[in-house]
Design a protein around this ligand. Structure first.
Ligand code: NAD
Ligand code: SER
Length: 321
C-alpha cells in the first residue's frame, strides 16, 4: 500500500491520480492537513496528517500496511521565506519523522528536493549534479539538509530513499502553493481569463522548468529503477527546458495574440536570482534513463488547451500568429 503526504498540493493531485491509475485507488492512502478534495481519485482513502507529528506518522504506518511513502508535504520557497520557522519544522521535522518511521519498517521513500539547493555561487548554466550546494534561502537550506538526511539513512541504514531535484513544475490541475516559480502557471490563467498578467519576476529571469506529466513520469521512472543502478542518494538533477519569464509570455502570445504581460519584481526576484538558469541531468539520464517528453511549445499548447477548456474559453492552438 502507498502513502502520499501533501496529497492536496500541486504535485500531489497529479501524482496521486497517476499512482491510482497504475496501482488502483484502493491501494493508496492520501494524507494532508485539510480534508480530501474533489480531485482525490475514487477509492483513494484520505487521512488527515500533520507531518510534524511523529505520533500521527507512526499511527498511520501502524494502522495501514504501507510499503512505500511519497512524501510531498512541504512549504515552498516564497512561503518559506515569509515563515522560516514553519518551513524548517515542516520540511525538516516532517522529513525526519517520515525517514525514521520508514527506517523502522524498511519502507521505500520518495522525497522531492529542488533546484533551490543551488545558490548564488553555483555555476549559472548547466549546473552539474555534483555542484556545490550553498543555498541562500531557508527553503533551499531545508532541501540541501534534507538531501543529506536522505543519504544518511540510505548509507547508514540501507533505507531505499530516492529523490529528485525538481525544477519549477508547471501544471493546470491544482494551483501552485507558494513557490517562486508560480508565475509560470499564473501567467497562463491570466492570459486566458484576463488577457493580461503582472509578473512578479523580471522578463529576463530564466529558470529551469518542467511540465507536470514529465514530473510525474520522472517520479515513476526513478521509483521503478533498479536500486543497484542508482549512484545518487542525495537527489538527482532532472531537467526539461528553461525559459525566461519574457520568453514564456512570448510563447503564450503565439496562441493568445492579445495577451499583454507586465513585469514588476517583488521579493521573489531575490530568490529566483540565486537559482541557476539550467541544470545538467546527465547522471539521471545515465542511471535510470531519464528523458523528458515536453518541450516549451508543446507544454504551452497543452496548458492553453486544458485551462481554456476548464474556464470555458477555448484557445485555438492551431492558429499561430
Ligand atoms: P504545494 O504547496 O502545492 O503542496 C504541499 C502540500 O503539503 C499542501 O497540500 C499542504 O497542505 C501540505 N502540507 C503543508 N504543511 C503540511 C504539514 N505540516 N503536514 C502535512 N501536509 C502539509 O507543493 P507542491 O508544489 O505540491 O510540492 C510538493 C513537494 O515538491 C514539496 O516538497 C516541494 O518542495 C517539492 N517541489 C515542488 C516544486 C514545484 O515547482 N511545485 C519544485 C521543486 C520541489
Ligand atoms: N517551484 C519551487 C518553488 O518555487 C522550487 O522548488 O519554491
Amino acid at each position: 500500500m502507498i502513502l502520499v503526504t501533501g496529497s492536496n498540493g500541486q504535485i500531489g493531485v497529479d501524482l496521486l491520480q497517476a499512482l491510482a491509475d497504475r496501482y488502483g485507488g484502493m491501494h493508496i492512502v492520501a494524507a494532508d492537513l485539510e480534508g480530501s478534495n474533489s480531485r482525490t481519485p475514487p477509492d483513494v482513502r484520505f487521512e488527515p496528517l500533520d507531518v510534524r507529528s511523529v505520533d500521527r506518522v507512526e499511527e498511520l504506518l501502524t494502522t495501514n500496511p504501507i510499503d512505500t511513502i511519497y512524501h510531498l508535504a512541504g512549504i515552498l520557497s516564497a512561503s518559506g521565506e515569509q515563515n522560516p520557522d514553519l518551513c524548517w519544522d515542516v520540511n525538516i521535522g516532517g522529513l525526519r519523522n517520515v525517514l525514521r518511521a520508514a527506517n523502522e519498517r524498511s519502507l521505500r521513500v520518495f522525497w522531492p528536493s529542488s533546484i533551490a539547493v543551488f545558490g548564488p555561487h553555483t555555476v549559472r548554466e548547466e549546473a552539474p549534479q555534483s555542484a556545490r550546494t550553498d543555498p541562500d534561502t531557508i527553503y533551499g537550506i531545508t532541501k540541501a539538509t534534507g538531501e543529506r538526511l536522505c543519504r544518511y539513512y540510505a548509507s547508514h541504514h540501507a533505507l531505499d530513499v530516492r529523490s529528485i531535484r525538481f525544477p519549477g513544475v508547471i501544471s493546470y490541475s491544482a494551483p501552485p502553493g507558494g513557490g517562486t516559480t508560480d508565475f509560470a502557471v499564473e501567467m497562463f490563467f491570466g492570459a486566458i481569463k484576463d488577457g493580461a498578467y503582472d509578473c512578479f519576476v523580471s522578463a529576463d529571469t530564466r529558470l529551469p522548468m518542467m511540465y507536470m506529466p514529465d514530473a510525474v513520469k520522472s517520479v515513476l521512472d526513478l521509483m521503478g529503477a533498479d536500486s543497484d543502478a542508482l549512484s545518487v542518494r542525495t537527489s538527482y538533477n532532472v531537467a526539461a527546458f528553461s525559459f525566461s519569464a519574457g520568453e514564456l509570455a512570448e510563447a503564450i502570445q503565439k496562441y493568445v495574440p492579445d495577451f499583454t504581460c507586465t513585469f514588476h519584481p517583488d521579493f521573489r526576484q531575490e530568490i529566483a536570482d540565486t537559482w541557476p538558469g539550467s541544470i545538467d541531468d546527465s547522471v539521471a539520464r545515465a542511471d535510470w534513463n531519464w528523458i523528458p517528453e515536453f518541450d516549451l511549445d508543446r507544454m504551452v499548447r497543452d496548458m492553453l488547451t486544458h485551462i481554456g477548456q476548464s474556464l470555458g474559453v477555448p484557445v485555438d492552438i492551431s492558429k499561430v500568429e
